[in-house]
Design a protein around this ligand. Sequence first.
Ligand code: ADP
Ligand code: ADP
Length: 219
Amino acid sequence: MSVLELAGAGKEYAGGVVALRDVDLTIGAGEDLAIVGPSGSGKSTLLHLMGTLDRPTTGKVHIAGEDATALGDDALSRLRSRWLGFVFQQSYLADRLTAVENVAVGLLYAATPRRHRRRRAEDALDRVGLGHRRDHLPHQLSGGERQRVGIARALVNQPALVLADEPTGALDQDTGRQVLALFRDLHAQGTTIALITHDPIVADTFSRRVEIRDGRITP
Ligand code: ADP
Ligand code: ADP
C-alpha cells in the first residue's frame, strides 16, 4: 500500500492563481524522494496538499489508503498526526522548552501515555545525535542543532512519511550538508522521506526526483 497518493490534485487560490494542476504522485514505504523546482513553481503548495495542511481544489489525496479529502477537520488532524511528520526551513522550537520537551510536543496528539513521552522524546533525540543536549534550551543550541531537534520532533511519533520543506534553507552550507546526511541516515534506517528543495545539488542526493514547473510535474 502506498503511504501517500495524489490523483489529479490541483490548487487554485482565492483570486484565481492556479498554483498546481493535475498532479499524480505516489510514494511507497521506504522511498526517499526529492521534489525540485524553481521559486514559485508550486513546491510549497504541493507539500501543503501532501501534508493535508491545505485542501486541493481538484483531485484526491490518500494517506495510508484513506481518502483525506473526504474527512472533516478533526478527523484530518488525527490522520495527519498519526502518519505524517513535518520539517520546515525554520525549526519553530518553543523558546522556554528544553530540547527534549520540544521533541515531546510531537506526541501531544498521540495516544502515548504521559509517562512514556519523555522516554520516546529522548529516543528521538538520540536518533538525531543530540542525546547529550536534551536539557538545553533552543538559544543554547547552534542553528544546525535546533534543526535536528525539529527533525526529532517530526520523528517522535514514528510517522509513515516525513515531509520536509527546504529543511536546509536557513543553514550555512556545512551545517546544511550535515542535516542532509542525517536525512540519509534516517532513510537508511527505514524512514520514508519526501523533501522539497529548489537546489538541484540537494535533489541529486535522493534516489527519486520529481521536478515541478509552473504547477505541473514534468515527465
Ligand atoms: P514555491 O514553493 O515553488 O516557491 P508556491 O507553492 O509557494 O511555490 O507558489 C506557487 C504559486 O502560487 C506562486 O505563483 C505563488 O505566488 C502562488 N501562491 C502561493 N500561495 C498563495 C496564496 N496563499 N494565495 C495566492 N497565491 C498563492
Ligand atoms: P555553530 O558554529 O556550529 O553553529 P555554536 O558556535 O553556536 O555552533 O555552538 C557550538 C556548540 O556550543 C554547540 O554544540 C552548542 O550546543 C554549544 N553552545 C552554544 N551556545 C551555548 C550556550 N549558551 N550554552 C551552552 N551551550 C552552548
